[in-house]
Design a protein around this ligand. Structure first.
Ligand SMILES: *Cc1c(COP(=O)(O)O)cnc(C)c1O
Length: 405
């Protein structure tokens, strides 16, 4: 595989990364996604669009986010050096705004008046509601009734930002039903609306488009790391839920002699239902309009998933990750709830940075890598900040003295 020409060839015109990806939708919805694909291919390559997105990233989001050397944490472990790409310092506290602002700007250029999406834990809903407020667009967020109760602070944020939160009251009343409900609403209103997926998942063009919008993470990080150290890192890593922050990070380094690690959540253990490690334990299947690896039960239905990081518990994964795994360009590894919590407390105490529990999975792996090597540097994407997780962590794990190195 020639990674220098990779982005010209993947995905192909059908939205396929090798055997994964594509579009699995009823005909009328297919048409709506084709419209988005066409608009993306034309509008997003115009200098007007690119310049406007650059301005937004700089003035509204606060990009570029810095790369930071974790000096004290590294010394606690040994001779390896751990560096962070600080996506937690992006506006709204995570990487999600990178693609939400891109999707919002595309909607604006297409003359749409409404953004539609589903949300599980509410993080995507809040980021998209932020983009909608910025562009003066309507925003409709579909959310399971169970999640609405669990994620009350994010529901409040969406409402303050002006979004309409649509409660979904059928089935298990969680993420899967929210997707069905949002697809339904989009089908009824695609002339004036655009559907905005929250990761590198879903039908083409979303896996490609969201990756492209997130690629600023990897491109910036590579340049910043080179400037700081004069070298490339020996390894990079990022957590993988749907796979957007990791896809953005990895894309900047595919053609380099750099080891790449995607970290999946192992939750409570290896039994089905106790984790969300899709690439490690999944099989090929179709969900939510695309083909990828999927955690499935014996009947081939999407399996229940679990992680203490609500942003990582999705039974599928972006098709490009399934492809990178097959091509062996990216190594997919796991970190458990406990390892993530240990990383959460250590980064907080030794560096003064409280990471999201999602990001803590990647930091946990970086700490393991550092312990196993005598020299070298690993660059971790810190996808978000942990303020949203503080109440949960304190209640379940206390202040964490027994986790410290
Ligand atoms: C949503 C989220 C994730 C997981 O999503 P990806 O698409 O896998 O990046 C990771 N970290 C944070 C902070 C998130 O909010």
């Amino acid at each position: 595989m020639d990674y220098k020409t990779y982005f010209h060839n993947y995905p192909n015109h059908e939205g396929r990364f090798g055997e994964y990806g594509g579009v699995y939708l009823p005909d009328d919805l297919k048409k709506a996604f084709e419209e988005i694909d066409y608009a993306y291919q034309t509008i997003c390559r115009s200098s007007q669009f690119i310049n406007e997105l650059r301005r937004i990233r700089k003035e509204f989001q606060g990009r570029p986010t810095p790369v930071y050397h974790c000096n004290r944490l590294s010394r606690k472990i040994g001779a390896c050096q751990i560096y962070l790409k600080r996506e937690d310092l992006n506006h709204t506290g995570a990487h999600k705004l990178n693609h939400c602002m891109g999707e919002g700007l595309l909607a604006h250029f297409m003359g749409k008046k409404r953004l539609i999406a589903e949300t599980g834990a509410g993080q995507h809903g809040v980021a998209l509601a932020t983009a909608a407020a910025y562009f003066g667009l309507e925003c409709e967020i579909h959310m399971g009734e169970v999640d609405i109760v669990k994620q009350a602070p994010n529901v409040a944020r969406m409402k303050v930002l002006g979004a309409k939160v649509v409660p979904v009251s059928f089935g298990l009343k969680t993420l899967k039903e929210a997707v069905d409900s949002a697809f339904d609403s989009y089908l009824k209103s695609y002339k004036e609306s655009i559907y905005c997926i929250g990761s590198v998942v879903g039908p083409h063009p979303f896996p490609m488009m969201v990756r492209d919008f997130q690629m600023c993470i990897g491109i910036e990080a590579r340049e910043q790391f080179l400037e700081m150290t004069g070298l490339l890192p020996d390894a990079i890593c990022a957590c993988v839920g749907g796979g957007s922050n990791s896809a953005g990070m990895f894309s900047g380094f595919l053609a380099d002699p750099v080891e790449i690690y995607g970290v999946e959540p192992l939750g409570r253990g290896t039994n089905l239902g106790d984790h969300a490690a899709t690439i490690t334990y999944g099989k090929k299947g179709v969900l939510h309009g695309f083909e990828s690896l999927l955690l499935q039960d014996a009947e081939g239905n999407p399996a229940p998933v679990y992680s203490n990081a609500s942003g990582l518990d999705y039974p599928a994964v972006g098709p490009e990750h399934a492809f990178w795994a097959k091509e062996k360009r990216v190594n997919y590894v796991t970190a458990s709830d406990e390892e993530a919590i240990a990383a959460f407390f250590n980064l907080s105490r030794y560096e003064g940075i409280i990471p999201a529990i999602e990001s803590s999975h990647a930091i946990a792996y970086a700490m393991r890598w550092a312990k196993q090597h005598r020299s070298g540097a690993i660059l971790v994407n810190c996808s978000g900040r942990g303020d949203k997780d503080i109440d949960y962590v304190i209640e379940k794990y206390g202040t964490g003295e027994n986790y410290l190195l």
